[in-house]
Design a protein around this ligand. Structure first.
Ligand code: NAD
Length: 281
């Protein structure tokens, strides 16, 4: 095991939006390295999200994969936009597992829409899931972490949290907001042994980018575009010539930001975006 990624023996890690995609990869990686796992996912589609979100079966599959490592897993169907649900999940984890040491605020949605036709429902969904959900997660865990004098909070922003993007007014605003929240909280908790950092991924190979809606947006000239058809278009959003990255490329950085090796890194944003950070400030 790479020592920079750390061992998490005896630690407890909370990951939101972990029924599939990057969240699932993070959960399994922490479990394989010795942590007990707490996960949630809304497991429900949204009227304004034009691709399917995770299902309860997906959440169960993450639990199965975590438990297969020999670690314990608390999993609940909960929307991160619901403050009470997040407080209840953290209270349950603290009561059953003793504490939460690591929190990854990962849940999120993508709702591309032109500003001239973006509805309030679309805007509210993105801000609720991507920004308020991160606030609710961070707020729920930070009290206990500060009290115990130890914590690692990792938020998931995006390359769209460092630049603008066509049809991305809501998504970009939410992801820039995540960075402002992360930096502010990192300063508030600097005396408490808690680090708070953000990751800004590029295109990551998950259902968020591999779906009919995104494929149609990337290749409006084709009737039924395939992954091969959209890959070169996704690559134009990066600097390096690659359409998307494997979710574990984000997991590796999550593990590093949760490890002792990064104890004195806080309030930063780590881009994992195939070089595109060079184009933004
Ligand atoms: P994904 O769609 O596979 O996973 C997101 C998960 O979050 C799903 O299981 C979904 O059901 C869940 N979810 C959504 N809203 C929720 C809510 N309000 N409460 C609880 N669960 C909710 O996509 P992913 O790529 O794994 O996304 C993970 C994070 O990475 C998101 O914050 C996303 O914005 C961010 N991100 C993704 C990409 C990409 O290209 N995939 C790029 C940059 C940032």
């Amino acid at each position: 095991m790479n020592s920079l990624e750390g061992s998490f023996e005896g630690k407890v890690a909370l990951i939101t939006g972990a029924a599939r995609g990057q969240g699932r990869t993070h959960a399994i990686a922490f479990a394989e390295r010795g942590a007990d796992i707490v996960i949630c996912d809304r497991c429900e589609n949204s009227d304004v999200v034009a691709y399917p979100l995770a299902t309860e079966e997906d959440l169960k599959e993450t639990v199965r994969l975590v438990e297969a490592t020999g670690r314990r897993c608390i999993a609940v169907k909960a929307d991160t936009a619901d403050r009470q649900a997040m407080d209840a999940l953290v209270a349950r984890a603290e009561s059953e597992f003793g504490r939460i040491d690591i929190a990854v605020a990962n849940a999120g949605v993508s709702v591309p829409a032109p500003i001239t036709s973006m509805t309030s429902a679309q805007w509210n969904e993105v801000i609720s899931s991507n920004l308020t959900g991160v606030f609710n997660t961070v707020a729920a865990v930070s009290g206990g972490m500060a009290e115990r004098g130890y914590g690692r909070i990792i938020t998931i922003s995006s390359m769209m949290g460092r630049s603008g993007g066509t049809q991305m007014a809501a998504y970009g605003a939410s992801k820039w907001g995540v960075i402002g929240l992360t930096k502010s909280v990192s300063l508030e908790l600097a005396n408490s042994g808690v680090t708070v950092n953000a990751i800004a991924p590029g295109n990551i190979s998950t259902p968020m980018i591999h779906n009919d809606m995104m494929y149609a947006m990337m290749r409006p000239d084709l009737e039924s575009p395939t992954a091969d058809d959209v890959e070169p278009v996704y690559a134009t959003l990066h600097a390096q010539p690659i359409g998307w990255l494997d979710p574990f490329e984000i997991t590796r950085v999550v593990l590093f930001l949760a490890a002792d090796a990064s104890a004195h890194m806080s309030g930063i944003v780590v881009p994992v975006d195939a070089g595109v950070a060079a184009r933004s400030n």
